[in-house]
Design a binder for this molecule. Structure first.
Ligand SMILES: Nc1ncnc2c1ncn2[C@@H]1O[C@H](COP(=O)(O)OP(=O)(O)OP(=O)(O)O)[C@@H](O)[C@H]1O
Ligand SMILES: [Mg+2]
Length: 320
């Protein structure tokens, strides 16, 4: 297939270009704000480049929570930059050299503006989340049949590619078979996405294993540059895009302790939160629903500590 060349458009369902934080002295100063995802604010840089600013926003169950996690954006950015370096021989990435405005120091990446592929490229080495859910119902994940009798958190004989649609804001991503990806992007590109996703997963899992961390699954995003090359974009192998489990506490047959936002999801489901995310029957952006509650201080602190621990264990660096 011929990749669509040229400038990227904001992703389908992206929030309209609104200055984050409202008018007046808005962040970004003279930079043009293009759009905001759940976590990132994106600005236009000169020369067809983008500034991807990771905020401290946290999302769960497709809602952006009202309480930020201090330093989360910096942790995600520093960890992604580290991984881009570890993966550079496997797949080229979207990073470019450009000055980062001081107000975004540490939490922004300058990158090429790509024509993004509208598929979330997921690799799974273990059964969790929607993979576990689908397997329990159908014995397969994304059309990949798995042996019977696997339990929650089980290790798969081989990592598998389980792509998902990139759902418009307010809707859930949906797992799709490889054939549907081929229908969307062409058979050759679909095969490339699968190959790159599994290679990134294998490399990431092997490196993290050296620090006692299991990468249960991970999601990457790719896009085409103006020459039609497929580049690794967005963030990579972070606690927002991956399930990280402490290897010494891995026990198949139950949900696993993890270094990601599972902790926040569990709190949101607890009686203390008192939140019924299904109440109202709809998502706030598609209809009435109950917005999620503020996180208590101890949940914020614990979540921040988990993100920092993931960063420190994987990179071997101290978080300062
Ligand atoms: N190099 C790039 N060129 C164009 N768009 C990009 C590039 N890198 C990432 N993006 C897009 O920028 C956005 C990043 O914002 P954010 O991570 O908040 O997205 P989101 O998908 O809405 O949220 P979540 O990650 O919680 O699903 C995504 O839509 C992503 O596809
Ligand atoms: Mg994202």
């Amino acid at each position: 297939m011929t990749p669509p060349p040229g400038a990227a458009t904001p992703p389908q369902g992206a929030a309209p270009a609104r200055p984050p934080g409202g008018g007046g002295d808005r962040p970004g100063g003279p930079l043009k704000h293009l759009y905001s995802g759940k976590v990132r604010d994106i600005y236009q840089l000169p020369g067809g480049r983008l500034l991807l600013v990771a905020t401290d926003r946290i999302s769960a169950y497709d809602y952006v929570l009202p309480t930020p996690i201090p330093d989360k954006g910096k942790i995600l950015t520093r960890l992604s930059l580290w991984w881009f370096g570890q993966l550079a021989d496997l797949v080229p990435n979207h990073l470019v050299d450009a000055p980062i405005p001081a107000e975004f120091a540490g939490r922004a990446m300058a990158c090429q503006q790509l024509s993004m592929i509208g598929v979330e490229c997921v690799a799974r080495g273990y059964l969790a989340g929607s993979g576990w859910h689908d397997y329990r119902r159908t014995g397969a994940v994304c059309g990949v049949a798995l042996q019977p009798g696997l339990t929650e958190g089980a290790r798969l004989p081989e990592p598998i590619f389980t792509p998902a649609t990139k759902a418009p804001r307010g809707q859930h991503d949906e797992n799709i078979p490889l054939a549907s990806v081929a229908g969307l992007v062409g058979a050759d590109a679909a095969a490339e996405l699968e190959r790159i996703t599994l290679e990134v997963y294998r490399r990431g899992a092997a490196i993290a294993a050296g620090s006692g961390i299991i990468v249960a699954d991970t999601k990457i995003e790719l896009g085409y540059d103006a020459q039609g090359r497929l580049l690794l974009a967005d963030e990579v192998l972070t606690p927002d895009s991956s399930r990280f489990w402490p290897a010494d506490r891995w026990r198949p047959g139950r949900p696993q302790p993890s270094f990601d936002k599972q902790f926040v999801r569990d709190w949101l489901d607890s009686p203390e939160a008192g939140w019924d995310r299904h109440q109202g029957g709809a998502h706030p952006e598609t209809g009435p629903g109950t917005p999620p509650p503020e996180l208590p201080g101890w949940v914020v602190e614990r979540t921040r500590a988990l993100y920092i621990e993931a960063y420190e264990r994987i990179t071997g660096d101290r978080w300062t």
